[in-house]
Design a protein around this ligand. Structure first.
Ligand code: IMP
Length: 417
């Protein structure tokens, strides 16, 4: 069965490591949304891979495909691919010709958008131009990879883009779009990318009977429609976007990934946030600093109310818990099980104002004992009782089995349950 690996929290759940781990058994690894706002760190045999657009399956030499739902910064992609090839010389990575490009003006617009938002209404984006690039896609202005081979289409699209955006760029003290510069840049990037660009039909025909792993980026709580709008990313991160974003219409089952605690980068509601020394401890021990922006991530206890919502949104069939080792040394470990005493089976996280009035107290948490060092854990049978209690509680609450436990960054620090 094809599988979708989906982050169930606010991103940074460790999807990259698990995609690398599981991709051994798949033929094709597919990204279907987002752009280089994503950041995956995968460690294999003491080598660290930092990836933004390249699916982690490429480390095992699997064929990878970036689908039409991705927004691609050509400059970033070319640089990332060059550095990846220093470790893995001949990756096979295909790009859908329908992919929309992120260009320099999108990054400028991202910064302008943020600069005009006041105080708490700032989104705290990664400043990679993601929102403006998706805005152009729905606004029917995007330059697609397929346009790069046609000077006429490019000229006409660039003229429209310039007429539309120059007034805004100039108003906010940015340079207007230099058409010659953009044309030169795009023709150079076309030379770099043309051999990777393919038609969606090619993937569908070639991989008709092959096993496919879909790699989600960001997390379900950042989904444009399901997340706490407007503090979300600009794409649909949940699994039901897969057939659209990949143009591959095949069935799959969702494996949802979550950390043993919770983190969030950027602004927006975070009911179980710990603005104290435990939160700081999690950030330090878990290296909770953004791979893309280096910002310190906000940390908090695992929130099962939010996780349940994500599991339902993604039709999640099995779960993977990551970074349990980060909590090893805490004397008391907590899980948020209710908001203000209510179980909220069907809370609507898409409305951020519902979450703003939530102020959790002691009764909203289930408490667990310290489980200590996990290095001796070779299989689930050898897991400490305290950790087993923690895992049992989550499985019972969500009524979904946890099949993978990750307790360190290395590929080997993973057990199947
Ligand atoms: P954007 O995707 O750059 O527009 O940022 C929108 C929100 O999503 C901000 O809060 C970002 O911090 C967050 N975000 C975007 N990508 C990621 C990611 O890969 N991990 C965690 N947060 C992300």
């Amino acid at each position: 069965m094809n599988k979708a690996i989906i982050g169930l929290q606010w991103g940074d759940e460790g999807k990259g490591k698990i995609v690398d781990y599981l991709s051994e058994n798949y033929d094709l690894v597919v990204r279907y949304q987002g752009g280089n706002n994503a950041g995956h760190t995968v460690i294999v045999d003491d080598l660290t891979y930092k990836l933004n657009l390249i699916p982690s399956g490429a480390i095992r030499g699997k064929v990878c495909f970036l689908g039409q739902g991705v927004v691609l910064d050509p400059d970033h992609f070319v640089t990332e691919l060059k550095s990846f090839k220093e470790k893995i010389p001949n990756p096979t990575i295909y790009l859908s010709s329908n992919i929309s490009l992120i260009l320099d003006y999108h990054k400028k617009l991202d910064k302008i958008n943020e600069s005009i938002l006041e105080g708490n209404s700032k989104i705290g984006t990664t400043a990679k131009g993601i929102g403006p690039a998706y805005q152009d896609k729905v606004g029917r202005k995007s330059i697609k990879l397929s346009d790069l081979s046609s000077t006429d289409i490019l000229d006409s699209k660039l003229n429209n883009i310039k007429s539309f955006y120059d007034p805004i760029l100039v108003k906010y003290n940015e340079q207007p779009i230099d058409l010659d510069e953009y044309k030169k840049f795009l023709s150079e990037k076309y030379k770099d990318l043309q051999d990777l660009i393919i038609d969606n039909n090619f993937i569908n025909n070639t991989y008709e009977n092959k096993k496919i792993l879909f790699e989600g980026a960001q997390g379900a709580m950042l989904d444009l429609d399901y997340g706490s709008y407007p503090f979300v990313t600009s794409s649909n991160t949940i699994s039901s976007y897969i057939p659209i974003g990949s143009a591959i219409n095949k069935s799959y089952e969702t494996l949802g990934i979550f950390k043993a605690y919770a983190t969030r980068v950027g602004n927006g509601p975070f009911p179980s946030e710990l603005s104290n020394e435990i939160g700081d401890y999690m950030a330090e021990k878990g290296f909770e600093y953004g791979t893309v922006t280096k910002r310190k991530r906000r940390c908090g206890w695992l929130d099962l109310v939010a996780l349940k919502y994500s599991c339902v949104a993604n039709n999640t069939k099995e779960l993977c818990i990551t970074k349990v080792d980060v909590l090893n040394d805490l004397e008391e470990i907590r899980i948020c099980k209710s908001y203000n005493g209510k179980l909220y089976d069907q809370i609507n996280f898409a409305s951020s104002n519902i979450l703003e009035n939530i102020d959790l107290d002691d009764s909203d948490f289930k408490k667990f004992k310290k489980w200590g060092d996990l290095t001796p854990m070779k299989d689930y049978k050898s897991a400490p009782d305290a950790l087993r209690n923690f895992i049992d509680y989550i499985e019972n609450y969500l009524d979904i089995p946890i099949t993978i436990i990750s307790f360190g960054p290395d590929r080997n620090e993973t057990i199947l349950k």
